[in-house]
Design a protein around this ligand. Sequence first.
Ligand SMILES: N[C@@H](CCC(=O)N[C@@H](CS)C(=O)NCC(=O)O)C(=O)O
Length: 320
Amino acid sequence: MLVNGKWDADWQPIQSADVDGRFVRQNSVFRDWITPDGSAGPEGQSASPAEANRYHLIVAYICPWASRTLMVRTLKKLESVISVSVVDPRLSDQGWRFGDFLGANSHDTLIGANYVHEFYSHTDQNVSGRATVPVLWDKQAGRIINNESADIVRILNSGFGDLASPSIDLRPKTLLEDIETLNTQLYGALNNGVYKAGFASTQFAYEEANHAIFEMLDVLEARLSDGRKFLLGATLTEADVRAFVTLIRFDAAYVGLFKTNRRRIADYPNLSGFLKTILEIPGIRETVRIDHIKAGYYSIKDLNPNGLIPDGPDLQALGL
Ligand SMILES: N[C@@H](CCC(=O)N[C@@H](CS)C(=O)NCC(=O)O)C(=O)O
């Protein structure tokens, strides 16, 4: 991780834990906003104005948090407005780097970086913390606007005014309360829950996380049993995007590496149907790269010391 703007050589890819061995996620550091006219963000955040070709997303296809921003860029038809670069899925001893993995960018053309942490120290030379993806970068100012995917999703959903497609609103006012409730459940049990299972350092912490995951999957499966297309009914919302990015990685990565193996998503007919529905939205399938997902997760040395990548399954094998 970065300590006062410098890469700390003692960095360990294993994540931090509380006294009971529970995985603890760090908070994001850069939290500015983008609004159509540059006026303050929804909670008074300092904001820059929406402009075509000014902003850039740095993502990893392996990463569910980054992938949700990539999905929303597609859903809001912002592909020609916001450029993207993709890092190598295999974490290096200096964190994310540009590299030669098929589908990744071999090098960075924005600041000539080799590693994502350079964007962090370029923005704040005293920054401390993990250099995570996604990163929303301002090419004009040469700084990170925001590195919290939950914020970036909202920025892309409503911060780009006429530059974005109005046909999808992931946070319609009428559903906002339900979205927030579901988001909270999804985050604790599923989005972060799989990491809590995977990075648990005690049997207790693993079982606690695993139990919550499968309880949540049962709830979601039941919710979809009335034939609805999406989790809150006929409208695609932010909650669907959040659920999708974790569910689509589940059978290929989490079942094996994170030991969330009580069942697979393929064993849930409604959840499998939900994944198919979302994959059919134009452009979404291209945001899912199972080769990156498998290579990335299985490169986490603490969980898989020899770095072997399991044979299956890809989306086709999962019937998706
Ligand atoms: N809260 C952040 C979390 C992002 C995150 O944890 N990304 C992971 C990849 S999936 C990462 O970059 N990890 C590198 C590290 O922790 O050093 C967000 O949602 O944007």
